[in-house]
Each structure stands twice: as C-alpha cells, then as structure tokens.
Design a protein around this ligand. Structure first.
Ligand code: ISE
Length: 346
C-alpha cells in the first residue's frame, strides 16, 4: 500500500456509476482515496478529477491500470469493455472491483476465470451490490438463522421505471436480470439447473421485438424452485425485492424508504427513481468492505466464479427466450480457487 496508508484507487468510466463510485471513494469510504479516473470522454473524466483535486486523468483505461501509483481498480465502463479490462488488471496483478456483468458473455467470463486460476490468487470482485444492501442482508440473515426452515422457493422482482429505445431482449437478461440470477444463487445456496423464460412487449417505443417484461421460472440442483420478474418499463419507479419461502415461513425484503405518509384517507411511501438512489447505501458499504478486504489480504465479496456462473445461467435464459422452451443450464466445474461453491446435483 502507498505511503498515505490510503489505498490508491482508480475508477474507469465516469458515467453515472463511475461518478458515484468516485464520489464515494472521495467522500465516504475510509482508508482509500480516489487517485485516478479514466474515460473515453476525457473531458468528463477531467471534470470529476477537478471536482475532487489531486486525481490523475487518463484517456486510456489500460494506462490507468498499468500506472504504478494505482493499487486497485474499479471498472464502471460499458459492459463490453469489462472482460478485456479485468484481464488487463489480472496481468498487472491489480485487485479489481468490476461492475456487473463480469463480461458480455459466459465465454468471455470463462477466460477471466482461467486467467485468475492460472495466477493462483483471487483479485476479482463483481459488483453484485445487493449483497451489501441492508434489506437484502436482513433477509439473508433471517434465512441463515433457520427462522423459516430450509428455503424452498425464491421469488424476485426487478422493475425499472423506464428505458430509452436501443435495448434488446438479450440486454434485459445480461444487464438487468443478471442481478436476480445472482440473488437466487446467493439466497438458495444452490446452482440453477434449468430455466424457462417467457417475454412480452409492453412498450412499442422500444421496438416490437423487444421483450421488456420477462418472467423466468427456474429449478436448482437441489430441487428448489424460483421465479424472477424483470420489468424494465414498469412506468412507476424502481423496485427490487425478494421473497424466500421456507419450509415453515416466509421472509421478504422490507421497503427501503423511510416514512409512510397518511393523508387524505390514503397511505403512501416514496418509491425510488433508480438504482443509484435505491442502492446508495449498498454501494458505499460494498466499496468500504472491498477496501478493507484488500487491506486484509484479498477480496471477500462476490467473485469471478459468481460472475461466470450467473452468465452461464443468463445464456440459458436467452436460449429459452429464443426457443420458447425450457433449457438446461450447462453443468459447471468449479475450480478449487473458489472454495466449495454452491451445492451441485449428485
Ligand atoms: C443497471 O445496469 C443496474 O445495474 C441496476 O442495478 C439494475 O437494476 C438495472 O436494471 C440495470 O440496467
């Protein structure tokens, strides 16, 4: 670590996500400092650097990764840039927190897995921030305490307020549902074995072949079941939640917003606008935990295996959407580096 005892972190990509991580690193995360930013739009990166002072600016992400001052990297650039940049971090032995998805295909994620295994050391963490969201953590703790018995059914919902034209049905899976696939694996503690996905178009402005509402049914290697509703044009706000049905009870995420207002014979509660607002706290805790874990030896959050395994399920979801029939998820062999992993079928 550098002289200042503060981990020098470089942020790649200064759009919505990257700016938020940059601000958190500057103002809310202890024992770390925002040391550099990069963006293909160098003026935008420059604005961030100027805002926080003493921040280096790079037009090329690889230069930021290779810079000797930079001790750890956050990748928040567009999805298709993730895999090559993570590989560059591995080549330079730099710990990296990469936004989801880890790659834009399972094959590309597999290359990362192989490179990390070859290195013999975990350096990659994937930005599945729900693992740090107090509402999700509370559900996880209740389930782990045995309060509702063994989990048998997972239900997840993921709704965005709106979407600009240009998205595809596949994008919905890889960019949005990927979070819920990860959640299902995390809460049930088993790999997903089979998926059946149906889609519909409720927003003709996106193009009639875009399925903005998708419903997934799945089963796991241990015979549990689940469903995920992804709705990227809900029209009413941003909402994410899970319900775990156990053998003897049910646990569900509590609404995150504070007050319930009762007036004029109605009760109301604010619904967030988007993920930056809804998961504001989770993003700070995620990066704080990541920084602490790096000071203590290595990342402990969702790893390259989680990134890869969720993309393999995403591939099966896309195949099911296209074929209209249930699809088996390719059987995964987990390298030892990633521990025992989730239960797989005997
Ligand atoms: C976005 O990229 C995210 O990562 C958000 O968490 C997710 O809710 C949204 O659907 C994605 O488009």
């Amino acid at each position: 670590m550098g002289n200042s005892e503060q981990l020098a972190v470089g942020v790649i990509g200064t759009g919505g996500m990257g700016s938020m991580h940059a601000e958190n690193l500057h103002a809310r995360v202890a024992n770390a400092r925002l040391a550099a930013v990069s963006d293909v739009d160098i003026a935008r990166a420059g604005e961030i650097a100027e805002r926080y002072g003493s921040v280096a600016v790079f037009g090329e992400a690889v230069e930021l990764i290779r810079d000797e001052e930079i001790e750890a990297v956050v990748i928040s650039s567009p999805d298709q840039t993730h895999a090559p940049l993570v590989l560059e971090c591995l080549k330079n032995r730099k710990p990296v927190l990469c936004e989801k998805p880890l790659a834009d295909s399972a094959d590309a994620a597999l290359e990362i897995l192989e490179a990390e295994v070859e290195l013999g050391r975990k350096l990659v963490q994937v930005g599945f921030m729900r693992h740090y969201d107090p509402q999700h953590v509370a559900v996880k703790e209740e389930v782990a305490s045995g309060a509702v018995g063994t989990p048998v059914v997972f239900k997840g919902w993921h709704r965005n307020a709106d979407q600009n034209p240009g998205i595809t049905s596949e994008w919905v899976v890889i960019n949005a549902t990927i979070h819920d696939i990860d959640s299902a694996r995390w809460f049930i503690g088993e790999e997903i074995e089979e998926v059946y996905v149906r889609g519909m178009n409720t927003a003709p402005k996106l193009g009639e072949d875009v399925w903005d509402v998708q419903l997934i049914q799945f089963s796991t290697t241990g015979g549990r079941m689940g469903s995920i509703e992804t709705n990227v044009v809900s029209g009413y706000g941003y909402e994410v939640g899970v319900e775990i049905v156990g053998e003897s009870g049910v646990v569900r995420t509590a609404p995150p917003s504070g007050a319930v207002v009762r007036r004029e014979r109605a009760a109301s509660q604010r619904i967030e606008d988007g993920w930056l607002e809804r998961f504001h706290t989770a993003y700070v805790i995620e990066v704080q935990n990541w920084v602490e874990s790096l000071r203590n030896g290595g990342p402990t959050g969702p790893d390259a295996w989680d990134g890869y395994a969720s993309l393999v399920v995403a591939d099966a979801c896309i195949a099911s959407l296209r074929s209209g029939s249930p699809q088996k998820v390719a059987r995964l062999e987990m390298p030892l580096l990633y521990g025992e992993g989730l239960e797989v079928a005997k």
